[in-house]
Design a protein around this ligand. Structure first.
Ligand code: C5P
Length: 220
């Protein structure tokens, strides 16, 4: 069995960039667990389901055909033959995903799917509950954090760069809302996993954070 590196933290804490960087440096597969929660949300929305209707979300999720594969060093999925990527970042998905991710049966489906990816080899997985629930026995657990203002500014710059017409205070509000739902939900809330190394990236460069994780995994 390969190594599973767990990188958890709140929205816009730098998890994606750090996880991709660590995966590239170690030659491991990169897995974005949030993409699968977004995928379940996207599937529900395109089936015309209200994301707050848990029973209907579950029906749409179970009725769909999910497949997982590796492409360009990352594990991705198809749903009913389509591979959503950009679609997962759209506003309607972003606004509903924390509700969908709070449904226990959705979490069970996603957690089991994520665990099965270990069969593909060593991986770096980013998320909210990777160190606590998906790979609790991994010796390589990290919790990335940064000040809320810094996280909101990072997300804002990302959205503006992607051509989205967003206001900074709205990004801050939406980030706060999502953090609150993620850290107070009953099933698998966002918490620091026992044994996780906490890294506050507010004043660190991306390279410094990547190197901190890589050194720790290599035992340096
Ligand atoms: O990381 P990302 O912002 O794409 O995650 C989208 C949403 O999916 C999060 O706000 C959270 O509700 C949920 N999520 C989760 N557990 C994970 C990853 C994501 O609950 N491991």
């Amino acid at each position: 069995m390969g190594k599973a590196i767990a990188i958890d933290g709140p929205s816009a804490s730098g998890k994606s960039s750090v996880s991709k960087g660590v995966a590239a440096e170690l030659g491991f597969m990169y897995v974005d667990s949030g993409a699968l929660y977004r995928g379940v949300t996207w599937q529900a929305i395109r089936k015309g389901v209200d994301a707050t209707d848990a029973a209907a979300v579950l029906d749409a999720m179970h009725a769909a055909d999910w497949d997982f594969f590796v492409q360009d060093g990352a594990a991705i999925f198809s749903v009913d033959g389509d591979v959503p990527v950009q679609e997962l970042r759209e506003k309607d998905v972003r606004e509903s995903v924390a509700h969908v991710a709070a449904i226990p049966e959705v979490r069970k489906f996603v957690v089991e799917s994520l665990q099965s990816l270990e069969n593909f080899g060593s991986l770096v997985m980013e998320g909210r509950d990777i160190g606590t629930v998906v790979f609790p026995d991994s010796p390589y657990k990290f919790y990335l954090d940064a000040d809320p203002e810094e996280r909101a500014m990072r997300r804002y710059r990302e959205l503006v760069a992607a051509g989205e017409d967003e206001k900074a205070h709205e990004v801050m509000d939406s980030l706060k809302k999502r953090d609150k739902i993620d850290s107070t939900r009953k099933t698998d809330p966002l918490v620091v996993a026992p044994g996780a190394q906490v890294i506050d990236s507010t004043l660190m460069t991306l390279e410094e954070v990547i190197q901190t994780v890589v050194d720790s995994v290599r035992g340096e």
